[in-house]
Design a protein around this ligand. Structure first.
Ligand code: 13P
Ligand code: SF4
Length: 390
């Protein structure tokens, strides 16, 4: 038998920082096999008391959710973070863009911590500020820039949110994308929306909630000269969709829905609006993670559901509702790999560091970016009564 001597690099030891962004943890990351991890997390949380507020996104692992003071989708967590001005530390168990938004919405004295800096979002990474600025210039050349209202999904970096704030735009989440589009179309008589980074959320909302047609939508490809669009195409479009997507929600397919419906005639298909338009068209219900949870909570015992969103959440819903039949809408296991970066070892490491007086993995947005991003976030928070919690 041949053995291959692979250099297994323990995460957090920072052996090859150029190949993997942000995995360095100064100090010692506890071993995942440490049997005391749960007790250590509890002890650290108890020691920090009211000084710490732990937020957990619905896609987080069970082992982490157990320690969250509140759970929620990205919209609810942004509001929850803003609602705890007394907490010195906000430990954000979610991904980088969510922690940035929490930093923007909280006081300067509050410190936002992301337990693993490698918890990014591949969709958010698909729209870089330089690319967006190039697109903006190209839209000026095509004579359409003056009519454009930029709308960015919460799943975007702080500098993209700031771009929207500077240019009369707004942030939205999957809970309030329809209210944000309605607001944006009201801003100018001949308004067009530049929507980024998720083409699917943009298209699904425009067509299914705002009554636009697929022909009103064009896709801007940041990797093509001029976005791959002609000036005429830009001029006649009402929705300019950035060519970005979620690699997790992009996996769900209409074929699986057909198969499931053929096997279970009473099945309900419930999906997140980041799924493709073809999937959403075949679904019974579409909505944010909070909507998905509420729908299952309200469902009759004995009903059957296939859910198209991240697997940690689907598994938790299935466990919490044994009286309902809940299945995952994909043949294969698929977690969001970056959400999963936050595990118990990283959580314990971040919390114990705080107990020891060392603030690790702090997420800070610079003042100038924060000022403009806050404008776009505040416009979102002020949208009239359209959020799932209002
Ligand atoms: P929510 O806005 O529903 O929390 O979704 C966030 C996310 O990352 C979905 O992929
Ligand atoms: Fe980003 Fe998709 Fe993961 Fe959400 S599920 S954090 S959009 S990669």
């Amino acid at each position: 038998m041949t053995t291959i001597d692979l250099p297994l690099l323990p995460l957090g030891k920072g052996r090859d920082l150029t190949s993997e962004r942000g995995v360095e943890c100064p100090g010692d990351l506890p071993a995942a096999s440490d049997p005391d991890l749960v007790a250590r997390a509890r002890a650290a949380k108890e020691a920090l008391g009211e000084r710490v507020f732990v937020l957990g996104h619905h896609y987080q692992r069970d082992e982490v959710i157990e320690f969250a003071d509140v759970t929620g989708d990205s919209f609810k967590l942004a509001r929850d973070a803003a609602g705890r001005p007394d907490a010195e530390f906000i430990v954000f168990c979610g991904v980088h863009f969510m922690a940035e938004s929490a930093d923007i919405l909280t006081a300067d004295s509050q410190k936002v911590i992301l337990p693993d800096l490698a918890a990014g979002c591949s969709m958010a990474d698909m729209a870089r500020l330089g690319q967006v600025e190039d697109a903006w210039d190209a839209m000026a050349d095509a004579g359409v820039q003056d009519s454009i209202v930029p709308v960015t999904y919460m799943n975007s970096s702080a500098d993209i949110k700031a771009f929207c704030g500077r240019n009369g735009g707004v942030v939205c989440t999957s809970s309030n994308a329809d209210a944000a589009l309605e607001w944006a179309f009201e801003q100018k008589p001949d308004a067009k929306i530049l929507f980024f980074p998720d083409q699917h959320l943009g298209r699904n909302t425009a067509v299914l909630k705002m009554g636009l047609s697929l022909d009103d939508c064009v896709v801007w490809d940041p990797l093509q000269p001029g976005g791959g669009l002609t000036a005429e195409e830009l001029q006649s479009a009402r929705m300019i969709l950035w060519k970005g997507h979620c690699s997790v929600h992009g996996r769900f397919s209409p074929d699986v829905i057909d198969e499931l419906r053929a096997k279970h005639e009473d099945i309900h298909i419930l999906v997140h609006p980041e799924c493709t338009h073809e999937v959403v068209l075949k679904a019974d219900l579409v909505g944010s993670t909070e909507f998905i949870i509420k729908t299952i909570e309200a469902a009759e015992p004995g009903t059957t559901w296939a859910i198209g969103t991240e697997l940690n959440l689907v598994k938790r819903l299935a466990d919490a509702h044994p009286d309902k039949n809940i299945v995952f809408l994909d043949r294969n296991v698929c977690y969001c790999s970056t959400m999963n970066r936050i595990d118990l070892p990283h959580f314990v490491w971040a919390m114990e560091s705080l107990v020891a007086g060392q603030v690790v993995n702090q997420i800070t947005v610079d003042d100038e970016t924060e000022r403009h991003a806050l404008v776009a976030l505040q416009r979102m928070l002020d949208l009239p009564g359209k959020s799932h919690r209002d």
